[in-house]
Design a protein around this ligand. Structure first.
Ligand SMILES: [Zn+2]
Ligand SMILES: [Zn+2]
Length: 243
C-alpha cells in the first residue's frame, strides 16, 4: 500500500498548495481520501484525473471537499476530449443530505457509506470511527489485508481512537495545534494528542498533517517525539509512504 500526501494544510491552502488530500494506491487502484481546496491542481502532479478510481470523504468541511465541484467539471471536460465514459464513485456519509446530494454529477456518483459497517473500495477495506468535531466526521482505518493506515480526519482527542488505531502501520493524525494550546473547542488536536494516541495504540509510525498556518512545524515533530517512541513524520506535498 502506498500513501502520497497531495495536500496537508488545515483550513485553507498556502500559495501553490492544497488542503487535505491523500492518494492511497495498491495494484494499480487509486483511491483519494478527501479533496480539499487546491487538491485538483496539486493531484495532477501525481495522477491523471481519469486514473482516479474512487474518492472517500471524511466530512463536508470545505478544507476537505472544496474541489469536488471542479473535479466534476474536469471529468466532464476530460471524458469529452477523450470521448470516454466513466462514473467516479465518491463515498461520503449521509448525515448531511444536502452535501451528500452534491457528490452526484454527470460523471460522479455519490455513494453513502454506513459507518457501522466495513466498506470495500477496490483492494481496500475501510472501517470508520465518528470523531469529535463540529459537524459529523469519520476517521477511517484503511487495510489491504496486510498493512493498515489510520487517518484521524478532523477531531479533538477521544479515548476511542486508541483501540481504533491499535497496531496500525501508519497513523495520519491531524495536528492543528501545538502542545499547550487547546484545540478541543474547534474539534482539533495538538501534537501531544497525536503522540498520545500513537504511543498508547502502539502504531508503527506517526505522520502529522492538517498543519497550522502559524509557528514552526518542526516544533510539532519535536513535541510529538517527547511522548511517542516511534518515528514522527511531517506531512509535505509529495511525501510518499510505502509498506
Ligand atoms: Zn473539519
Ligand atoms: Zn479540516
Amino acid at each position: 500500500m502506498k500513501l502520497t500526501v497531495v495536500g496537508c494544510w488545515g483550513a485553507y491552502p498556502e500559495q501553490g498548495a492544497a488542503t487535505s488530500c491523500y492518494l492511497v494506491e495498491k495494484d494499480g487502484f487509486t483511491c483519494v481520501i478527501d479533496f480539499g481546496s487546491g487538491a485538483l491542481s496539486r493531484i495532477q502532479a501525481f495522477k491523471q484525473i481519469l486514473h482516479i478510481n474512487a474518492v472517500v470523504l471524511s466530512h463536508y468541511h470545505q478544507d476537505h471537499i472544496a474541489d469536488i465541484g471542479v473535479l466534476q467539471y474536469s471529468l466532464l471536460v476530460q471524458h469529452s476530449i477523450h470521448q470516454t465514459e466513466g462514473m467516479l464513485p465518491i463515498y461520503g456519509h449521509e448525515l448531511n443530505r444536502e452535501a451528500f446530494a452534491k457528490l452526484s454529477h454527470q460523471h460522479t456518483r455519490g455513494v453513502a457509506y454506513n459507518p457501522n459497517e466495513a466498506l470495500k473500495v477496490g483492494p481496500f477495506s475501510f472501517t470508520f470511527l465518528k470523531t469529535v468535531h463540529p459537524v459529523p466526521c469519520y476517521a477511517m482505518r484503511i487495510s489491504d489485508g496486510d498493512t493498515s493506515i489510520v487517518y484521524t480526519a478532523d477531531s479533538s482527542f477521544q479515548e476511542s481512537f486508541i483501540p481504533f488505531c491499535e497496531g496500525a502501520d501508519l497513523l495520519v493524525a491531524e495536528a492543528s495545534f501545538y502542545e499547550g494550546q487547546d484545540g478541543s473547542n474547534a474539534g482539533h488536536m495538538t501534537s501531544k494528542d497525536c503522540a498520545d494516541i500513537a504511543q498508547q495504540a502502539g502504531v508503527k509510525q506517526l505522520l502529522l498533517t492538517h498543519l497550522p498556518h502559524f509557528g514552526d512545524h518542526q516544533q510539532l515533530v519535536k513535541q510529538a517525539k517527547h511522548y511517542y517512541s516511534g518515528d514522527v513524520l511531517l506531512a509535505v506535498e509529495g511525501f510518499v509512504w510505502n509498506c
